[in-house]
Design a protein around this ligand. Structure first.
Ligand code: CMP
Ligand code: FE2
Length: 274
């Protein structure tokens, strides 16, 4: 298991910036249902910078690329290089891992599985990708890695990151693409009460709920948004966004979702999918 030690600046908290579902292209003008994903990604980065909230690391929870190219991953690296903080990333269903790895080693991006974050937390990063399909699944080796990481640090609160949502989010069309072996995932977490929270991408909307005593959060994409509680594919008119998480010493998490303001990125609302 690849590990990383993230030093804590503030004794009371470790702060993370989550960026998810950037869906970048090699092409400068590449767009997803009418949204130029490079422009919306950069608008989010500019807004994060303008908000000037300090953070210790960036976490990127998959669907970095939409076109599988090395250049799209390079675009992501170039975007976040305005900050010196490390970035931990994991793959989503749209990612192509050989291209993702082409930018490594990188001074900033780490594809490690376990981050010991300050004194009180560990962050565990899982790969739930099943090649060629939108739904997720955790292999036996990913489940074993999760078990091992939790067992190794029972005194640390744990935040688990994966791309796919491990419980239904409320939209029929999207929930067919959730983590399929969620029961196996929840069974591991149930054995380790220090597992406090799960953070994912994939659903292109905000979610914050409790499941089996574990907080489950999802975060807006930096490009298009999906409408909550929809039977069929439908886009939402919310703006692109991001999330800040403060991991507190007592195991609580203070978190906020932020979105761009104004009306810069309007998708094709009549689209039936992509
Ligand atoms: N109309 C649709 N019905 C079902 N799935 C879809 C539809 N359109 C897109 N998808 C897939 O559902 C996925 C959900 O978010 P992704 O960004 O992973 O990419 C999406 C596509 O792979
Ligand atoms: Fe996505």
């Amino acid at each position: 298991m690849q590990k990383f030690d993230l030093p804590q600046k503030d004794p009371d908290r470790v702060v993370l910036l989550q960026i998810t579902d950037t869906h970048l292209f090699a092409d400068d003008g590449g767009s997803l249902l009418g949204v130029a994903t490079k422009d919306s990604f950069h608008a989010v980065l500019d807004a994060v910078e303008a908000a000037a909230r300090p953070f210790e690391a960036i976490v990127a929870t998959g669907d970095i690329s939409q076109d599988h190219t090395e250049a799209s991953y390079q675009r992501f690296c170039d975007g976040i290089a305005r900050w010196p903080q490390p970035c931990f990333w994991l793959p989503g269903n749209h990612d192509y891992q050989p291209s993702m790895q082409s930018v490594l080693p990188s001074p900033q991006i780490k594809s490690c599985h376990q981050v010991l974050a300050g004194e009180h937390w560990q962050v565990i990063l899982l790969d739930s990708q099943v090649k060629g399909v939108p739904h997720g699944e955790l292999s036996d080796s990913q489940l074993a890695m999760l078990e091992q990481a939790l067992a190794a640090h029972p005194q640390r609160h744990a935040l688990v990151l994966l791309h796919h949502h491990p419980l239904p989010a409320g939209s029929t069309w999207l929930d067919q693409h959730q983590l399929h072996n969620a029961d196996a995932f929840w069974a591991v977490l149930a054995r380790h009460p220090q597992a406090k929270a799960v953070l994912c991408g994939h659903i292109h909307q905000e979610l914050d709920c409790l499941y089996q005593g574990v907080r489950v959060m999802a975060t807006p994409s930096t490009c298009i948004q999906f409408q909550p509680d929809s039977h069929d594919f439908a886009l939402d008119n919310n703006n692109p966004g991001w999330r800040i998480l403060e991991l507190l010493a007592d195991g609580q998490i203070d978190t906020q979702v932020y979105r761009l303001t104004g009306r810069q990125f309007t998708p094709q609302f009549d689209a039936a999918g992509y």
